[in-house]
Design a protein around this ligand. Sequence first.
Ligand code: F0G
Length: 480
Amino acid sequence: MIVVRSCDGGVLKVDGFRVRIFERLSLPPVRYRLKAIKEAGWNTFLLKADDVFIDLLTDSGVNAMSDRQLAAMMSAQDAYAGSRTYYEFLNAVEGVLGFKYVLPVHQGRAAEHVISKAFVKDGSVVPMNYHFTTTKAHIELAGGKVIEVPVKEALDRRSRYPFKGNVDIERLEEVLKAYRDRVAFVRIEAVANLLGGQPVSMKNVAEVRELCDRFRVPLIIDGSMIDWNVYFIKEREAGYGSKSLEDILREFVSYADVFYMSARKAPAVRGGFIATNNKGYYDRMVVHIPVYEGFLTYGGMSIREIAALSVGLREMVDENLVGSELELIKYIVEKLDNRGIPVVLPPGGLGVHVDAAEFLNHLPRNAYPAGALAAALYIASGVRAMERGTLSMDRDKDGREVYPDLELVRLAFPRRTYLKSHADYVVDRLTWLYRHRDLIGGLKWVHEPPILRFFLGRLEDIGNWGEELLMAYLRELGEY
Ligand code: F0G
């Protein structure tokens, strides 16, 4: 954002880019939307993108790319091995993040796979601020267990604590003491996705580093959304307001022994990588790249994406470009909060997070309130959000439901993609749904996959409530 002083006092934040390529959107009528969500098994992952008006499923792989990224793709050098584009990529990683050794992979979960193979064994534990779905799956598949140590404010959606992604230092120390040799590594996710896109402070990462040194365990940072974490440090942490995004980023990642990211997020491409300055860790991981990803100089990514990634890494700390969607998220969250609609506070990164357990407090958790609300939102608006609650957890090994701390519906805002009129529409339709929340019932399984069930699972509405919601909509708002 370009930040200037306003003539009325205060500051104005103005987007430091303009849009020169656009994609036409269309809004399917409400009857069609009900039919589409039924065909998709009440799972927004299974909707066709053409049936979606405003796609807020994720920011992953759908951020707007820059003219410079597209230009770089055209001059990428395609070679199976040793491409010039790969060496330029190494330079970009070292220039922006300060790491010498780099392992390209096809996306973020591939990095988690390789890291888990290299560091996790049967009986290992991995303490972290909070899990992400794919991270947990890979650690468990390698025989390890995740132990979450978030600060207590993180689980209270009303708390406006500015760094709800922080690790509870005392609890981390207890875990490190209790498990000693079994700790594979400590992981920090910046920003913490499933806590509602909440950031980690510089002070906190420094304290975690100190503990890791004391207990001699590596610190691994998942920086898939590091651009947003850095923006929040600049905005919220004392002493960082006048530092550049570039310097804040460098300082933050300097605490990591190993850094990885899904490049589908902050750098706005499709891919991922792992980076480190520790040759021993590099050697432990590199053997897995040719087996699971591809040759070391492309790691499963298209060489064109690698070219765009090098540019994306630099744009990730460009003061003019970062923060546009964060301002949009803040705008929506404050409006919803003013209307009494339960949202995670303070406004974070990634998206608007609605507390579905509170929104639909007449539903039990095993009727999947977040799944039901995401489906109802699609019916009432054509907006596609993502369930981030009970459905996004898998059952335990005895087949019992595992209830996460937060039952959220996430409306993710891809970088530099949507406009204020879209934000106003989202607020309007969520408000309408909130007024009619008693019409929304639960969901039950039709087909439940055993692992990462939220991706491909199929459900249906208990008691046919979709039809009632449709009737109310037609009566009050018409065909659209
Ligand atoms: N780590 C974090 C913090 C993530 O948010 C994601 C993906 C991954 C790892 C895995 O990366 O998708 O490239 O394999 N998050 C996406 C989301 C899917 O919608 O939040 P991936």
